[in-house]
Design a protein around this ligand. Sequence first.
Ligand SMILES: [Ca+2]
Ligand SMILES: [Ca+2]
Ligand SMILES: [Ca+2]
Length: 238
Amino acid sequence: MLIFAAVSTDRLAAQPGVSIEMGSLTWDPATGTGVFPVLFTSNELIAGFQFDVVFDTPTGILSDACCGVAGSLGYDIGTGSTTVLGFSITLTPIPPVPAAQTLVEVTISTTNGLPYNGTICLENPVFADPNANSIVTNVGPCWDSGSIFRRGDCNGDLVFNLADTIYQLAFLFTAGPAGPCRDACDTNDDGSENLGDAIYSLAALFSGGPPPIAPGPVDCGPDDTSDALDCESYLNCN
Ligand SMILES: [Ca+2]
Ligand SMILES: [Ca+2]
Ligand SMILES: [Ca+2]
């Protein structure tokens, strides 16, 4: 019975496979491109891989892939319109990686030149070992930019003015509707919408206080600080 138990434990510990996951997209406004790492863990030898990069809006364009562990081992890394492909012409395997590392870095752009706004998913992974056997591969969650918006424009009419504060006070105290993008109403970006935001807005509008926190009331951008507030619809940035 003891021997049986030991074998059973070993089998679990040696559970085969590769896991890949999106890292965060970093956008560079100067070049109009964004880069995200594809993170991976593995307890197999990898000799080649491919996966699709899938955007939920048509503005996303897959541009390039390079670098990471695959790049450092001299892999040929290429991209098609939707696919990233990597293989070693010398059949140098990627050794097992127990803690997450970057497999490759993927560069994207957009058709409208704006920061990518939507989700990016990794799909249809194919990983092969040096004997050309496919390796079981798990894929992590999609990356989500969240919506882009103008902070302070609580009523979603494009401009930041007293009407936003009145709208917000009505929501907070007289059962008025919530803003279409709650992040836009969180003018001080502390992760909740309350009287402090209305006071912050009034100070910004009328007494020389600082403007609503980035992305601010003029330029569209994402919420840099994640919180429980939703930005369900903010149409004016798209
Ligand atoms: Ca407004
Ligand atoms: Ca707030
Ligand atoms: Ca926030």
